[in-house]
Design a protein around this ligand. Structure first.
Ligand code: TYM
Length: 336
């Protein structure tokens, strides 16, 4: 039996943080053996907000190396850079022409990001979810493992695929595979360290709000020491009045590998002074092997180049086949 296909990606903007890791990449690693996987560094998405050209290539390589360092296994997974596969841009154009504008205008992330940009909102920012749909649909993905914040974009991807199939597919022969999101309950929404009601985000101006995967131990220690808590003694999950408490306990649970019940029992009588060093040690211990592996990969650029070359070759093949199917369904004249 052929394995189902997984596709997912992260933008190479700034550093990977615990939200990206726990919400997405850790899950990719955990499920990868069951699937045939394509993991993409989505550099075309990274230019939908103002960006620094000098940093883009470096961040793209860093992200690819981090995928490997986190445990992506090339036996069952391909790692590639989105802009290396021309079909992503081309399918985006084709899907643009069948996607109603008002579907994009109601995207929450667009509204949030547009608000931050003020006058400077690009057409690309509005079109971001169509490019994401193209990423997914090109690979006939069955499953897309992401954090909670991407749910709406996944619903849009499904709507675009269904609309395309309705308009241009033949009965019983859909052109595009309709994908399912894979959103895990635990870690799907990691919150900021400085405000437990806001999600941890690369774009938060405060470095103290997030722990990056490449933060050295003293930075992790400082961030946890300064993170927001509350004056209540005894720590418990799932209290809506205590968002920081729930977030920090969840981080501890996921980073230490303990169960929720174990953590609830261990921490029920603790104060923050006792808990914070535990969380610090768990974070440092979880990130240390990733950081060591990352450094070894970055010291071997030839290896990293070869991973991306092989990944691109496999991605190109699958993506071009889908693109040809789509263009045929739309009635384009074949290349002579
Ligand atoms: P990006 O780079 O913003 O986020 C990458 C992944 O990290 C998850 N994530 C979080 N999970 C839990 N808690 C958080 N605080 C948190 N912050 C981010 C995101 O849900 C995501 O899974 N648009 C995508 C990139 C993309 C993509 C795709 C994903 C482009 N094409 C195709 C899947 C399939 C994004 O959010 O990137």
């Amino acid at each position: 039996m052929t394995k189902q296909r997984v596709l997912s990606g992260v933008q190479p903007t700034g550093n990977l943080h615990l939200g990206n890791y726990l919400g997405a990449i850790r899950n990719w690693v955990e499920i990868q053996q069951e699937y045939d996987n394509f993991f993409c560094v989505v550099d075309l998405h990274a230019i939908t907000v103002p960006h620094d050209p000098k940093a883009l290539a470096d961040n793209t390589l860093t992200m690819a190396a981090l995928y490997l360092a986190c445990g992506i296994d090339l036996e069952c997974s391909n790692i590639f850079v989105q802009s290396h596969i021309k079909a992503h841009s081309e399918l985006t154009w084709l899907l643009n022409c069948i996607t109603p504008l008002n579907w994009l205008e109601r995207m929450i992330q667009f509204k949030e990001k547009a608000l931050k940009q003020g006058e400077n909102v690009s057409v690309g920012l509005l079109d971001y979810p169509v490019l994401m749909a193209a990423d997914i649909l090109l690979y006939n993905a069955d499953k897309v493992p992401v954090g909670e914040d991407q749910k709406q974009h996944l619903e849009l991807t499904r709507d675009i695929a269904i609309r395309f199939n309705d308009k241009f597919g033949k009965k019983k022969e859909p052109v595009l595979k309709v994908p399912d999101p894979l959103i895990r309950q635990q870690g799907a929404r990691v919150m900021s360290l400085t405000d437990g009601t806001k999600k941890m985000s690369k774009s938060d101006p405060s470095e103290l709000s997030r722990i990056n995967l490449l933060d050295p131990p003293d930075a992790i220690k400082k961030k946890i020491k300064k993170c927001k808590t509350d004056p209540v003694k005894g720590l418990a999950f799932d209290d809506p009045e205590r968002p920081e408490c729930n977030n920090l306990l969840t981080l501890y649970q996921l980073l230490s590998g303990k169960t929720k019940e174990e953590v609830a029992t261990e921490c029920q009588d603790m104060g923050w002074g006792q808990f914070k060093p535990l969380l610090t040690d768990a974070a440092i211990a979880a990130l240390e092997p990733i950081q060591n592996k990352y450094q070894a990969i970055m010291d071997n650029q030839d290896y990293l180049d070869s991973v991306l070359r092989d990944g691109a070759a496999k991605a190109d093949e699958v993506a071009n086949a889908t693109l040809a199917r789509v263009k045929n369904a739309l009635g384009f004249l074949p290349h002579p």
